[in-house]
Write a protein that binds this ligand. Sequence first.
Ligand code: GRF
Length: 198
Amino acid sequence: AGLVVLISGNGSNLQAILDAISTGELPAEVRAVISNKKDAYGLERARKAGVPAVVKSRRSDQNRAEYDTELANLVAGYQPDLIVLAGWMRLLTLNFLGRFPGRVINLHPALPGMFPGVDAIERAYEAYHRGEIKYTGIMVHYVPDEGVDIGPIINQQIVEIRPSDTLEELEMRVHACEHELLVKTIQQLINQMEEEDA
Ligand code: GRF
C-alpha cells in the first residue's frame, strides 16, 4: 500500500511508520512526506529513509482553498492508498478532503471528544490534577470534513496518568502508545483494503 504522510514537526510518528516498514512489519511504502513547515525535523527523517521530503507552505498570496487545492494535487500525484496526518498542524478544508474520501486518517493524543487542537497532552495533565479526569488516551480517526480532531474513530486506547508523573513523563508515555497504535491502525487498514480488493 502507498502512503503519503503529512507532518508539521518532529515526525516521531513518521519514524515509527518508517521503522515498521523497514523491519517488514508494515507492508507499505511511504511515497512522500509533505510538511507545511520547512524546518520540520520529520523531513530529515524522511530523507534518511530515502523518501521524498517535500515542503509545501502556504504562500502569502494564497487563500486556504487555493492552498488546499494545490496540496491535494501534490498528494494525488503520489497516488496514495492512505494519507496519514501525523502531527500535521493545519486545518484541511473540503478542497483537500473531498478529493480523498475515506483515505485520510489523523492521530490525536487524547480520547475522542477530549482536548481537540493543540497541547492536548498538557491540557489532559492539568485536567487530571484538577480531578476532572482519571486517565487520558489516544485515538486514530478518519478525517471526513473540516472538524478539528474529530471524525469516525478507527482505534482508541486509554493511557494511564500516574500521580507522580511530570508532564514530560506523561508526554513520553502518550507518544510511545501513539507510535504503536498508529502503526497497528495502518496495518489494519491495509489488511481491510486487501480484503476488499480480493
Ligand atoms: C502527536 O502527539 C500527534 O498525536 C499530534 O501531534 C504529535 C506529533 O508528534 N497530532 P510527532 O511529530 O509525530 O513526533
